[in-house]
Ligand binder design. Sequence first.
Ligand SMILES: Nc1ncnc2c1ncn2[C@@H]1O[C@H](COP(=O)(O)OP(=O)(O)OP(=O)(O)O)[C@@H](O)[C@H]1O
Ligand SMILES: N[C@@H](Cc1ccc(O)cc1)C(=O)O
Length: 505
Amino acid sequence: QKLKKTTLQRYIFSLNNDNFCLFLFQPWCCQFIFEFMSLNYPLMMNLRVVRRLLQSNICRHYSTNPPRDILSLHERGVFQSVFPEVYTSDLVRQLSQSISIYCGFDPTADSLHIGNLLAIVGLLHCQRGGHQPLCVVGGATALIGDPSGKTTDRQPMSPFDIENNTVALTNQLNHIFANHEEYIWKHQHKKLKPVKVINNAEWYKNENVLDFLSRVGRSFRMSDMLSRESVKSRLRSDEGMNFTEFTYQMFQSYDWLQLYQRYNCLVQIGGNDQLGNMVSGYELIQKCLGKRVFGLTVPLVTSTSGDKLGKTAGNAVWLDYNKTYPFDLYQYFVNLKDTDVENYLKLFTFLSDEEIREVMRAHKNNEHQRIPHRKLADQVTLLVHGESGLKEAKRWTEALFDKSGSSLSTLSAKEMKSLFSNVPCTKMIPEAGITLLEACMRCQCFSREVDANRIITDGGVYVNHGRVSNPDTVLLPGTHILANNITLLRIGKKNHYIIEWLFPS
Ligand SMILES: Nc1ncnc2c1ncn2[C@@H]1O[C@H](COP(=O)(O)OP(=O)(O)OP(=O)(O)O)[C@@H](O)[C@H]1O
Ligand SMILES: N[C@@H](Cc1ccc(O)cc1)C(=O)O
């Protein structure tokens, strides 16, 4: 009744078992309905109809016609809190149009890690919802050092390192957004708003310190700054806090002010540890422009021991190819505890709730196949390293676990050495008639020949995953020496050795 009749198409659907009629509206009307739904208005549908609608064509149509209600991702656990919470309905209203949303990353290392990835996924959800994603790489703020979550002063970084790290992070962020668009979003015809990666040094490089303090510093009250948890906890500690880090919140706040003025950026996303900095930014923008902005936090990803996954804790799983190979990233997720996998699927992938329920059901019937774990590993590896990275991760996985050993020869010698990067590698000139026993002794798999003889005979030695129990077996190209000129020896369950055969070229 609230909609103009002229906007209705001529179809009327009556749904089974419900005393409701559902009209197929023009796309903009669908948007209208969804806005109502996100505001929790009952509108003219009961929940069963809404649920059906969500699975129907209308919803599919709507999902390609953003803006979408990204706050519903709270139920999935992607967003943990909204600041200021009392104005959530204002935020809902703002999100019904396309707005700019940002997240910042300080280049304090030459790579992002999977803790950061959750904030990036949050931003990608916003992009999918039709909003403009902005990534700030903190070329300036890395010089100051964010005290949030740190118990001691940060080591100052050289401008040279920050510059290099800024380039690396910028490339990584662009790649992840490109991978998402190409490999994950691909089927949904709508073009996404391209991400903008901005270095915050841009607005500080010509700034004069006296001018900055006189213009911006006055808007910060000492009592507010001292009330931030990042400051309070440090002031309580023996170590205390240096003045430079104390001012960090001022710089992050000023970034937001700049982004507000340049891009009308109304929302900042960050890990839960960023809430204090977001509150400072909110207050600065209120004071300077009289406008209301919003902070959205993602939960902190922790290790099994409960520490925040990241650089500081030294337990980072990196997104850079050379720091954590796609294979290792893939394996990290494949080996996740059963109790974590459903939650991680919700946090790190864009699979629908129904798809997640489906893989979890499949897992119940067939636990050792690790179906949800592999689905999760696939999706994250695809996002971070694209299709080629995922293919490589799967090839390496097969090479490692395929008992026939044939997959090992699909790897190049370089890949083989990377896969077994902590494994001793011995280079050998091939000699006609060299036996398994001799090869084992040259690789120093055993210190005494009698032990080697006994363990091989007892079946404890494997060549390219296959058991060989005769010490006098002659190692032959094609059979024991792979096409990549490598032989993989395994003693017992875990001890690997690589032989790289140096054939004359
Ligand atoms: N484990 C994590 N879980 C969720 N978000 C995280 C995690 N680690 C970092 N983030 C978020 O990623 C964004 C960028 O963080 P940043 O680049 O400073 O990484 P960091 O690992 O927190 O660094 P550091 O360990 O040096 O403090 C922030 O919003 C931060 O809250
Ligand atoms: N302070 C954030 C990074 C950041 C940098 C600049 C910003 O404007 C926003 C966020 C962190 O250390 O995690």
